[in-house]
Design a binder for this molecule. Structure first.
Ligand SMILES: Nc1ncnc2c1ncn2[C@@H]1O[C@H](COP(=O)(O)OP(=O)(O)OP(=O)(O)O)[C@@H](O)[C@H]1O
Ligand SMILES: [Mg+2]
Length: 413
Protein backbone atom coordinates (compact mmCIF):
# COMPACT_ATOMS: atom_id res chain seq x y z
CA UNK A 1 0.00 0.00 0.00
CA UNK A 2 1.08 3.61 -0.28
CA UNK A 3 -0.05 7.04 0.78
CA UNK A 4 -0.88 9.40 -2.04
CA UNK A 5 -1.85 12.37 0.12
CA UNK A 6 -1.45 13.46 3.69
CA UNK A 7 -3.10 16.56 5.18
CA UNK A 8 -2.72 17.70 8.74
CA UNK A 9 -4.66 20.38 10.58
CA UNK A 10 -3.47 21.59 13.98
CA UNK A 11 -1.24 18.56 14.37
CA UNK A 12 1.98 19.27 16.34
CA UNK A 13 3.75 22.25 14.73
CA UNK A 14 1.45 22.36 11.69
CA UNK A 15 -1.59 24.65 11.43
CA UNK A 16 -2.20 23.17 7.98
CA UNK A 17 0.01 21.12 5.71
CA UNK A 18 -0.72 19.13 2.55
CA UNK A 19 1.70 16.60 1.14
CA UNK A 20 1.56 14.69 -2.10
CA UNK A 21 3.42 11.41 -1.91
CA UNK A 22 4.36 8.69 -4.36
CA UNK A 23 5.12 5.00 -4.19
CA UNK A 24 8.80 4.06 -3.90
CA UNK A 25 11.43 5.88 -1.90
CA UNK A 26 10.92 9.47 -0.71
CA UNK A 27 13.59 11.12 1.41
CA UNK A 28 12.45 14.17 3.38
CA UNK A 29 15.34 16.46 4.18
CA UNK A 30 15.20 19.48 6.45
CA UNK A 31 16.92 21.07 9.39
CA UNK A 32 16.45 19.98 13.00
CA UNK A 33 13.09 20.90 14.47
CA UNK A 34 11.51 21.76 11.09
CA UNK A 35 8.74 19.15 11.46
CA UNK A 36 9.90 15.98 9.65
CA UNK A 37 9.19 13.63 12.52
CA UNK A 38 5.83 15.33 13.09
CA UNK A 39 4.77 14.25 9.58
CA UNK A 40 5.93 10.65 10.12
CA UNK A 41 4.33 10.53 13.54
CA UNK A 42 0.97 11.51 12.02
CA UNK A 43 1.15 8.60 9.56
CA UNK A 44 2.11 6.21 12.36
CA UNK A 45 -0.75 7.49 14.49
CA UNK A 46 -3.23 6.97 11.69
CA UNK A 47 -2.06 3.37 11.47
CA UNK A 48 -1.80 2.40 15.15
CA UNK A 49 -3.55 5.17 17.14
CA UNK A 50 -0.28 5.45 19.01
CA UNK A 51 2.63 7.83 18.67
CA UNK A 52 6.13 6.41 18.58
CA UNK A 53 7.26 9.35 20.71
CA UNK A 54 4.65 10.03 23.36
CA UNK A 55 2.13 7.96 25.25
CA UNK A 56 -0.65 10.56 25.47
CA UNK A 57 -2.48 12.54 22.78
CA UNK A 58 -2.05 16.02 24.27
CA UNK A 59 1.35 16.80 22.68
CA UNK A 60 -0.08 15.90 19.25
CA UNK A 61 -2.47 18.86 19.31
CA UNK A 62 -0.93 22.10 18.17
CA UNK A 63 -0.36 24.37 21.17
CA UNK A 64 -3.74 25.77 22.19
CA UNK A 65 -5.79 23.71 19.70
CA UNK A 66 -8.80 21.68 20.83
CA UNK A 67 -8.58 19.15 18.04
CA UNK A 68 -6.22 17.94 15.36
CA UNK A 69 -7.10 16.29 12.06
CA UNK A 70 -5.11 13.74 10.07
CA UNK A 71 -6.42 13.07 6.58
CA UNK A 72 -4.88 10.64 4.15
CA UNK A 73 -5.54 9.02 0.82
CA UNK A 74 -4.31 5.47 0.90
CA UNK A 75 -3.92 3.27 -2.18
CA UNK A 76 -4.07 -0.51 -1.88
CA UNK A 77 -3.77 -2.24 -5.23
CA UNK A 78 -6.58 -0.80 -7.35
CA UNK A 79 -8.49 0.55 -4.41
CA UNK A 80 -8.10 3.93 -2.75
CA UNK A 81 -9.44 4.86 0.67
CA UNK A 82 -9.78 8.25 2.31
CA UNK A 83 -9.07 8.07 6.02
CA UNK A 84 -9.78 10.85 8.48
CA UNK A 85 -8.92 10.89 12.13
CA UNK A 86 -9.94 13.58 14.56
CA UNK A 87 -7.90 13.80 17.77
CA UNK A 88 -9.87 15.64 20.42
CA UNK A 89 -8.63 17.23 23.62
CA UNK A 90 -11.91 16.91 25.48
CA UNK A 91 -13.73 13.94 23.99
CA UNK A 92 -13.19 10.59 22.30
CA UNK A 93 -11.26 10.56 19.03
CA UNK A 94 -13.26 9.76 15.93
CA UNK A 95 -12.59 8.51 12.46
CA UNK A 96 -14.19 8.50 9.02
CA UNK A 97 -13.63 6.07 6.20
CA UNK A 98 -14.38 7.31 2.67
CA UNK A 99 -16.33 10.24 4.11
CA UNK A 100 -18.70 7.93 5.95
CA UNK A 101 -20.52 8.88 9.11
CA UNK A 102 -18.12 9.14 12.05
CA UNK A 103 -16.89 5.84 13.45
CA UNK A 104 -14.85 4.98 16.54
CA UNK A 105 -11.16 5.74 16.04
CA UNK A 106 -10.52 2.04 16.72
CA UNK A 107 -12.39 1.13 13.51
CA UNK A 108 -9.53 2.61 11.49
CA UNK A 109 -6.99 0.15 12.89
CA UNK A 110 -5.43 -2.20 10.39
CA UNK A 111 -6.42 -0.15 7.30
CA UNK A 112 -3.19 1.82 7.00
CA UNK A 113 -0.25 -0.39 7.99
CA UNK A 114 3.17 0.99 8.78
CA UNK A 115 6.44 -0.12 10.26
CA UNK A 116 8.33 2.78 11.84
CA UNK A 117 12.04 2.67 12.54
CA UNK A 118 13.09 5.46 14.90
CA UNK A 119 15.77 6.32 17.45
CA UNK A 120 13.18 5.57 20.18
CA UNK A 121 13.48 1.91 19.13
CA UNK A 122 16.56 1.57 21.33
CA UNK A 123 14.06 1.16 24.17
CA UNK A 124 13.02 -2.15 22.61
CA UNK A 125 16.27 -3.59 23.90
CA UNK A 126 17.26 -1.24 26.70
CA UNK A 127 13.85 -0.33 28.08
CA UNK A 128 11.72 -2.21 30.56
CA UNK A 129 9.55 -5.18 29.53
CA UNK A 130 6.55 -2.93 28.86
CA UNK A 131 8.32 -1.58 25.72
CA UNK A 132 8.61 -5.08 24.33
CA UNK A 133 5.06 -6.01 25.26
CA UNK A 134 3.88 -2.85 23.51
CA UNK A 135 5.89 -3.83 20.44
CA UNK A 136 4.17 -7.22 20.31
CA UNK A 137 0.68 -5.89 20.96
CA UNK A 138 0.96 -3.12 18.40
CA UNK A 139 2.05 -5.55 15.74
CA UNK A 140 -0.71 -7.93 16.76
CA UNK A 141 -3.35 -5.23 16.36
CA UNK A 142 -1.92 -4.14 13.01
CA UNK A 143 -2.16 -7.68 11.72
CA UNK A 144 -5.45 -8.57 13.38
CA UNK A 145 -7.41 -5.46 14.41
CA UNK A 146 -9.84 -7.56 16.47
CA UNK A 147 -7.06 -7.92 19.02
CA UNK A 148 -7.51 -4.24 19.93
CA UNK A 149 -10.56 -5.54 21.81
CA UNK A 150 -8.56 -8.45 23.29
CA UNK A 151 -6.12 -5.90 24.72
CA UNK A 152 -8.68 -3.49 26.06
CA UNK A 153 -10.78 -6.31 27.60
CA UNK A 154 -7.72 -7.58 29.40
CA UNK A 155 -6.72 -4.09 30.62
CA UNK A 156 -10.22 -3.46 31.93
CA UNK A 157 -10.41 -6.75 33.84
CA UNK A 158 -6.90 -6.30 35.21
CA UNK A 159 -7.78 -2.85 36.53
CA UNK A 160 -10.89 -4.15 38.30
CA UNK A 161 -9.09 -7.14 39.75
CA UNK A 162 -6.23 -4.96 40.97
CA UNK A 163 -8.71 -2.62 42.65
CA UNK A 164 -10.22 -5.58 44.47
CA UNK A 165 -6.82 -6.90 45.56
CA UNK A 166 -5.83 -3.45 46.71
CA UNK A 167 -8.91 -3.12 48.90
CA UNK A 168 -8.14 -6.57 50.30
CA UNK A 169 -4.68 -5.40 51.21
CA UNK A 170 -6.10 -2.36 52.92
CA UNK A 171 -8.08 -4.73 55.15
CA UNK A 172 -11.45 -4.02 53.53
CA UNK A 173 -11.82 -7.61 52.48
CA UNK A 174 -14.21 -10.13 53.90
CA UNK A 175 -14.76 -13.77 53.05
CA UNK A 176 -17.56 -12.67 50.71
CA UNK A 177 -14.96 -10.98 48.59
CA UNK A 178 -13.23 -14.30 47.91
CA UNK A 179 -16.20 -15.25 45.75
CA UNK A 180 -15.97 -11.93 43.90
CA UNK A 181 -12.28 -12.53 43.33
CA UNK A 182 -13.09 -15.99 41.94
CA UNK A 183 -15.35 -14.34 39.38
CA UNK A 184 -12.64 -11.88 38.36
CA UNK A 185 -10.18 -14.75 38.14
CA UNK A 186 -12.44 -16.37 35.57
CA UNK A 187 -12.69 -13.17 33.50
CA UNK A 188 -8.99 -12.48 33.70
CA UNK A 189 -8.06 -16.07 32.89
CA UNK A 190 -10.11 -15.96 29.70
CA UNK A 191 -8.94 -12.51 28.58
CA UNK A 192 -5.33 -13.31 29.53
CA UNK A 193 -5.44 -16.62 27.67
CA UNK A 194 -6.65 -14.92 24.48
CA UNK A 195 -3.86 -12.38 24.64
CA UNK A 196 -1.17 -14.89 25.58
CA UNK A 197 -2.23 -17.26 22.81
CA UNK A 198 -2.07 -14.49 20.22
CA UNK A 199 1.31 -13.25 21.46
CA UNK A 200 2.85 -16.73 21.47
CA UNK A 201 1.69 -17.32 17.94
CA UNK A 202 3.10 -13.96 16.85
CA UNK A 203 6.51 -14.62 18.45
CA UNK A 204 6.65 -17.90 16.53
CA UNK A 205 6.02 -16.00 13.31
CA UNK A 206 8.58 -13.31 14.15
CA UNK A 207 11.33 -15.69 15.20
CA UNK A 208 12.71 -16.88 11.83
CA UNK A 209 12.51 -13.38 10.36
CA UNK A 210 14.33 -11.89 13.32
CA UNK A 211 17.14 -14.37 12.94
CA UNK A 212 17.43 -13.73 9.18
CA UNK A 213 17.23 -9.95 9.49
CA UNK A 214 19.97 -9.90 12.12
CA UNK A 215 22.16 -12.11 9.96
CA UNK A 216 21.57 -9.82 6.95
CA UNK A 217 22.45 -6.66 8.87
CA UNK A 218 25.57 -7.98 10.59
CA UNK A 219 28.49 -10.25 9.76
CA UNK A 220 26.39 -13.14 11.00
CA UNK A 221 28.68 -14.07 13.88
CA UNK A 222 25.84 -14.08 16.40
CA UNK A 223 22.33 -15.38 16.18
CA UNK A 224 19.37 -13.27 17.30
CA UNK A 225 16.36 -14.81 19.00
CA UNK A 226 13.29 -13.73 20.94
CA UNK A 227 11.94 -15.89 23.74
CA UNK A 228 8.56 -15.25 25.29
CA UNK A 229 8.73 -15.61 29.09
CA UNK A 230 5.32 -16.05 30.62
CA UNK A 231 4.53 -15.47 34.29
CA UNK A 232 2.09 -18.34 33.84
CA UNK A 233 4.93 -20.71 33.05
CA UNK A 234 6.89 -19.50 36.08
CA UNK A 235 4.12 -20.11 38.54
CA UNK A 236 3.15 -23.50 37.13
CA UNK A 237 6.80 -24.57 37.19
CA UNK A 238 7.29 -23.28 40.74
CA UNK A 239 4.26 -25.13 41.86
CA UNK A 240 5.64 -28.34 40.37
CA UNK A 241 3.76 -31.39 39.25
CA UNK A 242 1.13 -31.10 41.97
CA UNK A 243 -0.84 -28.37 40.28
CA UNK A 244 -0.20 -29.70 36.80
CA UNK A 245 -3.30 -31.29 35.35
CA UNK A 246 -3.24 -35.02 34.77
CA UNK A 247 -2.98 -34.82 31.00
CA UNK A 248 0.44 -33.14 31.11
CA UNK A 249 1.98 -35.33 33.80
CA UNK A 250 4.31 -38.08 32.67
CA UNK A 251 2.58 -41.38 32.11
CA UNK A 252 2.49 -43.75 35.04
CA UNK A 253 1.77 -43.10 38.71
CA UNK A 254 4.29 -42.19 41.38
CA UNK A 255 4.78 -45.81 42.34
CA UNK A 256 4.94 -47.09 38.79
CA UNK A 257 8.22 -48.50 37.58
CA UNK A 258 7.52 -46.96 34.19
CA UNK A 259 10.65 -45.05 33.10
CA UNK A 260 8.56 -41.94 32.51
CA UNK A 261 7.75 -41.74 36.20
CA UNK A 262 11.40 -41.09 36.99
CA UNK A 263 11.67 -38.34 34.41
CA UNK A 264 11.33 -34.83 35.85
CA UNK A 265 8.25 -33.01 34.71
CA UNK A 266 9.35 -30.78 31.89
CA UNK A 267 8.07 -27.26 31.59
CA UNK A 268 4.94 -27.42 29.54
CA UNK A 269 5.21 -25.77 26.14
CA UNK A 270 2.52 -23.13 26.36
CA UNK A 271 2.61 -22.70 22.60
CA UNK A 272 0.96 -26.07 22.18
CA UNK A 273 -2.06 -25.16 24.29
CA UNK A 274 -5.41 -23.86 23.10
CA UNK A 275 -7.06 -20.72 24.50
CA UNK A 276 -9.29 -23.00 26.63
CA UNK A 277 -6.31 -24.88 28.04
CA UNK A 278 -4.47 -21.65 28.76
CA UNK A 279 -7.59 -20.34 30.53
CA UNK A 280 -7.53 -23.41 32.80
CA UNK A 281 -3.83 -22.96 33.51
CA UNK A 282 -4.41 -19.34 34.46
CA UNK A 283 -7.15 -20.34 36.88
CA UNK A 284 -4.73 -22.82 38.52
CA UNK A 285 -1.99 -20.21 38.57
CA UNK A 286 -4.24 -17.57 40.16
CA UNK A 287 -5.18 -20.08 42.86
CA UNK A 288 -1.50 -20.84 43.50
CA UNK A 289 -0.64 -17.12 43.64
CA UNK A 290 -3.67 -15.94 45.60
CA UNK A 291 -2.04 -15.64 49.02
CA UNK A 292 0.86 -13.66 47.58
CA UNK A 293 -1.47 -11.48 45.53
CA UNK A 294 -3.61 -10.68 48.56
CA UNK A 295 -0.49 -9.75 50.51
CA UNK A 296 0.87 -7.53 47.74
CA UNK A 297 -2.49 -6.13 46.62
CA UNK A 298 -1.67 -6.56 42.95
CA UNK A 299 -2.09 -9.09 40.12
CA UNK A 300 1.21 -10.95 39.81
CA UNK A 301 0.38 -13.41 37.05
CA UNK A 302 -0.74 -12.53 33.54
CA UNK A 303 0.37 -11.15 30.18
CA UNK A 304 0.82 -7.71 31.81
CA UNK A 305 3.90 -9.10 33.63
CA UNK A 306 5.32 -11.19 30.79
CA UNK A 307 8.60 -10.52 29.04
CA UNK A 308 9.87 -10.91 25.51
CA UNK A 309 13.47 -11.76 26.11
CA UNK A 310 15.81 -10.78 23.29
CA UNK A 311 18.86 -12.97 22.99
CA UNK A 312 22.09 -12.46 21.05
CA UNK A 313 24.27 -15.53 20.78
CA UNK A 314 24.14 -17.01 24.25
CA UNK A 315 23.48 -13.80 26.24
CA UNK A 316 20.45 -11.60 26.74
CA UNK A 317 20.68 -8.48 24.59
CA UNK A 318 19.66 -6.24 27.48
CA UNK A 319 22.68 -5.42 29.60
CA UNK A 320 25.11 -7.35 27.38
CA UNK A 321 24.82 -6.16 23.78
CA UNK A 322 27.16 -3.44 22.52
CA UNK A 323 25.70 -0.19 21.17
CA UNK A 324 26.01 -1.39 17.57
CA UNK A 325 24.54 -4.79 18.41
CA UNK A 326 21.67 -3.10 20.22
CA UNK A 327 20.89 -1.07 17.11
CA UNK A 328 21.09 -4.14 14.88
CA UNK A 329 18.69 -5.96 17.19
CA UNK A 330 16.19 -3.07 17.13
CA UNK A 331 16.35 -2.77 13.35
CA UNK A 332 15.95 -6.55 13.06
CA UNK A 333 12.82 -6.49 15.20
CA UNK A 334 11.30 -3.85 12.92
CA UNK A 335 12.39 -5.71 9.81
CA UNK A 336 10.91 -8.90 11.24
CA UNK A 337 7.59 -7.05 11.74
CA UNK A 338 7.78 -5.94 8.14
CA UNK A 339 8.39 -9.50 6.92
CA UNK A 340 5.52 -10.87 9.01
CA UNK A 341 3.26 -8.26 7.42
CA UNK A 342 4.60 -9.18 3.99
CA UNK A 343 3.72 -12.83 4.67
CA UNK A 344 0.21 -11.60 5.35
CA UNK A 345 0.26 -9.49 2.20
CA UNK A 346 0.90 -12.64 0.18
CA UNK A 347 -2.37 -14.01 1.48
CA UNK A 348 -4.55 -11.08 0.54
CA UNK A 349 -3.16 -8.11 2.43
CA UNK A 350 -1.01 -5.30 1.11
CA UNK A 351 2.64 -4.55 2.01
CA UNK A 352 2.97 -1.96 4.79
CA UNK A 353 4.49 1.51 4.41
CA UNK A 354 8.00 1.69 5.79
CA UNK A 355 9.02 4.80 7.69
CA UNK A 356 12.62 5.41 8.67
CA UNK A 357 12.69 8.44 10.90
CA UNK A 358 16.16 9.80 11.66
CA UNK A 359 17.73 6.37 11.78
CA UNK A 360 20.54 6.63 9.25
CA UNK A 361 22.37 9.28 11.30
CA UNK A 362 22.59 6.72 14.12
CA UNK A 363 24.18 3.94 12.06
CA UNK A 364 27.66 3.24 10.76
CA UNK A 365 28.30 3.09 7.02
CA UNK A 366 28.02 -0.69 6.74
CA UNK A 367 24.70 -0.89 8.51
CA UNK A 368 23.34 2.12 6.58
CA UNK A 369 24.09 0.36 3.32
CA UNK A 370 22.68 -2.96 4.36
CA UNK A 371 19.49 -1.42 5.73
CA UNK A 372 19.07 0.73 2.60
CA UNK A 373 19.48 -2.30 0.35
CA UNK A 374 16.86 -4.25 2.33
CA UNK A 375 14.19 -1.53 2.47
CA UNK A 376 14.60 0.04 -0.95
CA UNK A 377 12.39 -2.56 -2.61
CA UNK A 378 9.33 -1.83 -0.42
CA UNK A 379 6.20 -0.43 -2.01
CA UNK A 380 6.58 2.89 -0.20
CA UNK A 381 9.50 4.01 1.96
CA UNK A 382 9.50 7.38 3.68
CA UNK A 383 12.83 8.46 5.11
CA UNK A 384 13.73 11.56 7.08
CA UNK A 385 17.17 13.06 7.58
CA UNK A 386 18.56 16.42 8.64
CA UNK A 387 21.58 15.99 6.35
CA UNK A 388 21.46 14.37 2.92
CA UNK A 389 24.96 12.95 3.38
CA UNK A 390 23.58 10.56 6.00
CA UNK A 391 21.47 8.84 3.34
CA UNK A 392 23.39 6.03 1.66
CA UNK A 393 23.68 6.15 -2.12
CA UNK A 394 21.86 2.78 -2.30
CA UNK A 395 18.67 4.57 -1.38
CA UNK A 396 17.84 6.13 -4.71
CA UNK A 397 14.53 7.90 -5.17
CA UNK A 398 12.74 11.18 -4.70
CA UNK A 399 14.33 13.83 -2.45
CA UNK A 400 12.08 16.52 -1.03
CA UNK A 401 12.98 19.49 1.11
CA UNK A 402 10.95 20.20 4.23
CA UNK A 403 10.66 23.92 4.97
CA UNK A 404 8.76 25.71 7.74
CA UNK A 405 5.11 24.76 7.33
CA UNK A 406 5.52 22.00 4.74
CA UNK A 407 7.33 20.74 1.68
CA UNK A 408 9.14 22.97 -0.77
CA UNK A 409 7.47 21.84 -4.01
CA UNK A 410 10.04 23.77 -6.08
CA UNK A 411 12.89 21.73 -4.72
CA UNK A 412 11.46 18.28 -5.39
CA UNK A 413 13.80 16.03 -7.28
N1 LIG B 1 2.04 20.31 20.08
C1 LIG B 1 2.88 21.12 19.42
N2 LIG B 1 2.47 22.35 19.04
C2 LIG B 1 3.31 23.18 18.38
N3 LIG B 1 4.57 22.85 18.05
C3 LIG B 1 5.02 21.64 18.39
C4 LIG B 1 4.19 20.72 19.09
N4 LIG B 1 4.90 19.58 19.32
C5 LIG B 1 6.10 19.78 18.77
N5 LIG B 1 6.18 21.01 18.22
C6 LIG B 1 7.33 21.58 17.54
O1 LIG B 1 7.69 20.75 16.45
C7 LIG B 1 9.09 20.83 16.25
C8 LIG B 1 9.70 19.44 16.21
O2 LIG B 1 9.37 18.90 15.02
P1 LIG B 1 9.99 17.51 14.61
O3 LIG B 1 10.26 16.68 15.78
O4 LIG B 1 9.11 16.99 13.56
O5 LIG B 1 11.38 18.01 14.01
P2 LIG B 1 12.34 17.23 13.03
O6 LIG B 1 12.31 17.91 11.70
O7 LIG B 1 12.05 15.79 13.05
O8 LIG B 1 13.72 17.54 13.75
P3 LIG B 1 15.02 16.60 13.97
O9 LIG B 1 15.80 16.66 12.68
O10 LIG B 1 15.72 17.30 15.06
O11 LIG B 1 14.56 15.25 14.32
C9 LIG B 1 9.68 21.53 17.45
O12 LIG B 1 10.09 22.81 17.05
C10 LIG B 1 8.55 21.59 18.43
O13 LIG B 1 8.60 22.74 19.22
MG1 LIG C 1 13.01 14.15 13.81
Amino acid sequence: MYLEKLSLTDFRSYAQVDLNLEPGVTVLIGSNGIGKTNLMEAIGYLATLNSHRVSTDAPLLRFGAERAMIRAKLVRGEQSTVLELEINAARANRGRINRSNPVRARDLLGICQTVIFAPEDLALVKGDPSSRRRFLDELLVSLMPRHAATRSDYDRVLKQRNALLKSARAGKFSTGHEATLDVWDQHMARAGAELLHARLELVDRLQPHLKNAYAQLTDGSKEAAAVYRSTLQDILDDDGATSRPAESRPAGGADSDDAAAATPVLAEDLRLLSVEQLTERYIQAFAAARRKELERGISLVGPHRDELELVLGSAPAKGYASHGETWSMCLSLRLASYYVMLDDARTGGSPPILILDDVFAELDVQRRRKLAAIVSGAEQVLVTAAVEDDIPAELTGRRVKVIPGGIDEQENR
